[in-house]
Design a protein. Structure first.
Length: 340
């Protein structure tokens, strides 16, 4: 097991080398919601097998040996539906930095403590609208908003280490720009920080992104006025560009990649039908070569989600010092039982 300092130093080395630093890991595709911005809850995915904790341990060890520490974003489906989630977090935290985004429905004080004790670094709860009825309608389940807010409160109260963070995160769509400011204010009331990501319509059936040309200006103005809004300014600065012309090149395959619930590796979650191999059965050298070949030949500019945008901003964006300061605000330690 690496200590935290050793993991961070090894991760920094990979980052400076512009190597693979981020993995999206879908441990299952089942979900208790029916969100309009996702399709993993539909019949096509519902019966797919889950990754077991033992398989995740194999994946964790393999990645540590071949690449080094990664930020591993645990997802689904709804990851809290996995009965072995604490064991999965523990297997990943041995060598990596596990984080998670979930809908908050299943969070309890006991489960929160269990996840934080297992070593999760960060948990974000999705809240898309300031009006409960609108959030519930988008998520397809009545009471979704209330449970999400309660989950944020429970998580913030049950962190086990000061380095562990809790965020509210909003998916920016065509109809919720005006909800951002009241959601920031709500996160302030709860005592957590606020993040956002831009909707990618590849997996959902809502309107295509956002048509507003002033999107960047509005978000940067909000960030200036609300310290709790901790997104990278360089990431926000390209939102208007992303929704009008798209942003390329995309560095998926070079700096970030995806593993689904069967171990299949792809450049990103939107390209599951173009695998670069299977991490449970194939050599990492072959997978890495295939990912790099896909990166070199790819020309996708379809998304500007946070998993892509934050890392590309830090690695290749302008005003790096400013973005590093923002990154520190997202990840800095917060004393236990203290709000952000």
């Amino acid at each position: 097991m690496f200590d935290e300092t050793g993991k961070r130093l090894r991760y920094l080395r990979s980052f400076l080398r512009q190597d693979l630093v981020h993995l999206n890991l879908q441990i299952l595709y089942q979900c208790n919601f029916k969100c309009q911005i996702c399709d993993f809850w539909k019949e096509t995915y519902r019966q797919m097998p889950r990754l077991s904790a033992a398989q995740v341990e194999v994946i964790s060890n393999k990645l540590a040996q071949a690449i080094g520490p990664l930020i591993v974003s645990i997802g689904g489906g709804e990851p809290m539906l996995h009965s072995e989630l604490p064991q999965i977090v523990r297997a990943l935290s041995r060598y990596h930095f596990p984080v998670m985004i979930c809908n908050g429905w299943f969070i309890t004080p006991e489960k929160a403590r269990e996840l934080f004790t297992a070593g999760i670094h960060e948990i974000s709860i999705s809240v898309d609208y300031a009006v409960p009825e609108k959030h519930d309608a988008q998520r397809g389940v009545k009471g979704a908003f209330e449970r999400a807010i309660k989950a944020l409160e429970v998580l913030q109260a049950n962190r086990q280490r000061s380095s562990q963070r809790v965020h509210m995160i909003t998916v920016i769509m065509d109809d919720n720009i005006d909800d951002v400011e009241p959601l920031i204010q709500l996160s302030q009331k709860i005592g957590v920080s606020y993040l956002l990501t831009l909707y990618s319509d590849h997996r959902g059936d809502k309107a295509n992104k956002v048509s507003r040309g002033d999107l960047t200006e509005r978000l940067l103005d909000l960030q200036k006025r609300y310290p709790r809004f901790v997104a990278l300014r360089g990431y926000l600065n390209r939102f208007s560009e992303a929704v009008t012309t798209g942003i390329s090149p995309c560095y998926a395959g070079k700096n970030l990649f995806n593993v689904d619930c069967q171990g299949n590796v792809s450049r990103c979650i939107d390209q599951l039908d173009n695998p670069a191999g299977n991490i449970l059965t194939d050599e990492m050298a072959v997978i890495r070569r295939n990912l790099l070949d896909q990166f070199k030949s790819g020309d996708c500019s379809a998304c500007w989600t946070s998993c892509r945008g934050n890392f590309e901003t830090l690695m290749y964006g302008k005003q790096r010092l400013q973005n590093l300061i923002d990154s520190y605000r997202i990840t800095r330690s917060i004393p236990l039982h203290q709000s952000v």
